[in-house]
Design a protein around this ligand. Sequence first.
Ligand code: ADP
Ligand code: MG
Ligand code: ZN
Length: 496
Amino acid sequence: MSYLVYARKYRPKSFEELIGQKGVKQTLQNAIRNQRVAQAYIFSGTRGVGKTTVARILAKALNCKEGPTPTPCNVCELCTEINEDRSVDVIEIDGASNTSVDDVRSLREGVQYKPIHCRTKVIIIDEIHMLSKSAFNALLKTLEEPPPNTVFIFATTEFHKVPATIVSRCQHFEFKRISHTEIFEHLGRIAGKEGITISDPGLNLITDAAEGSLRDAQSLLDQAVAFSGEQVKDEDLKEILGTINQDLMFQCSSAILEEQPDRIFTQVEKIIDSGYDLRRFHEELIRHFRNLLLVRSVKKPEELLPHTADDIQRLREEASKAGAEDLLRYLLSLQQGEQGLKFSSHPRIYLEAMLIKLCHYRKLTPLKDLLKQVQELGGQASGIQERETRMQPKPRPAEPEPKPAPQTVPKAATAPEPSPHSPLPPSKAEIRPVPEKEAQSNESRPAESGNSTEADAVLRDPAVMNFMQTFKAQILSVEPKKGEKIATRKIEDLMD
Ligand SMILES: Nc1ncnc2c1ncn2[C@@H]1O[C@H](COP(=O)(O)OP(=O)(O)O)[C@@H](O)[C@H]1O
Ligand SMILES: [Mg+2]
Ligand SMILES: [Zn+2]
C-alpha cells in the first residue's frame, strides 16, 4: 500500500473519533437523529481543525446504508466510497481554484440531477470566501431554491469574507482550535501506533508549533520522522522547527542578569549570524524570561513546564541570579518593547538598545534609596538649622538658604520619559512607603516610573510627605514674610 501521510491516515471516520469540536458534534448528531438536517452549513475556523473531516462524516451519516444515522458504519459500500473519495454524489470543490461564475453555474446544473447512488447529494465547497462576487451571486440563487436531497457544506478559514447573504441562508458552526493537551495526547497515540520514539518535550515542541491545528501537528510529526527516522531526537526537532538555540537565550539572559552590556553587541551579532529573525528571537526571549520567573516563583516548575529535569535545573541556576521581582520587571519591560521592535525601521539597533538598557536596569538608583538619602539630607539640614536656631533666634533674611531639596523630591519621584527603546515598567515598590528594615536591605531596584499620577502617588507617600513637612519648616525659616514664629515652632517640633 502506498504511503499515507499521518494527516490522511488518521482522519477521523466517525464523530466519536473526532477530537474536540464538542458543540458541532453534538448538534449535528442530534440533527441527524431528529431528521432536522439543514440544507446548507457553513463551517468556519482555522486550518486543520476538522472542517473537511466533519463534512465527510456528515455525508456518510446521511447516506450510510443503515439509514441516516449519527453513527455511520464505515463498512457499507456508500461509506467506503465516501471514505475513499470516489463517491459521485459527494462532491468536493475547492473554492480557491473554482472561483468563477461559470464554475458555480456548472455546479448549479449538476445539482439539478438526482443523486445516483446516495440518498443525499452533498456538495462541499472549501475556502468558499475565495469565490468571486458573481460566483457568490450564482450560488445565492441555488441557495434560494435549493434542490431536494442536496446538502451544501461550505468551509472557510476567513468567515468574515463570506457575504452576509450567503451566511444568512446557512447554519453556521465555528470550529475551535484544538487544545494543547488534546494535540499532545493525540500525537502521543500516533507515535505509539507508529513505533516512533519521541520525548515528551519533543512532542511539546511540535504541539506548540502547531498552534491548535491538528493537521499541522501531524504534518510536523511526519516531517520529523522523515528527517530522523523512528527515533526522533529533540535536537532534530529543534532543527526542523527552527527553534532558536537555547544556548543563545541563556547567553542573552546571562548578559542581562550579570549586568554586562558589552556582551550584547556580540550577542545580537550571533543571533543575526545564526539566521534568526530578530523579532522571533525577541518573542523567544520573552518566553525565556517567563520561564525564569516561573522557576523562581513556583515550587514545582516541572508540573508547569514541559522541560527535562536538566533544563529546569539550568533555568533555576540562571534565575537565581536575580530576585523574582527583578525578573518580573525584565519580563514586563521586554513585553513592552514588542510593538516598538515590530515597527522599528532599525530592529537591530532597537533590540541592542533594549537589551543594553536591561543590563543597566538594576544599577539605576532605586527611589527608596534616593528617598533615604534625601531624608538623611533633610535630617542633616534640620540639624544645622537646629543649631542655627539655638544660636541665633532670628532668621537671617539677607542670606536666603538655597532650595535644593524641594526640587530633589519631585525629581526623584518623577521618572525620566520612558524611552522608545525598552520602556521600563513603573514599579510599585518605588512608590509605596518603605519600611525601615526593608529600606536597609541591599537588594537593588530600578528607579524609573512613568507618569504624573505615579509622581502624585509618590508625593502622597507618608515618607515623602514627612520629608516635605520637614523641608517646609526650613524654607519657612528663611522666608521673611511668613515670620520667624512659625519657623521656630516647626523646628522645635522637629527637635521633639
Ligand atoms: N478535530 C479533529 N479531530 C481529529 N483529527 C483532526 C481534527 N481536525 C483535524 N484533524 C486531522 O487533520 C487532518 C485535516 O483535517 P481537516 O478536517 O481537513 O481540516 P480543515 O479544518 O482544514 O478542513 C485530518 O485528516 C485529521 O487527521
Ligand atoms: Mg479542509
Ligand atoms: Zn455505512
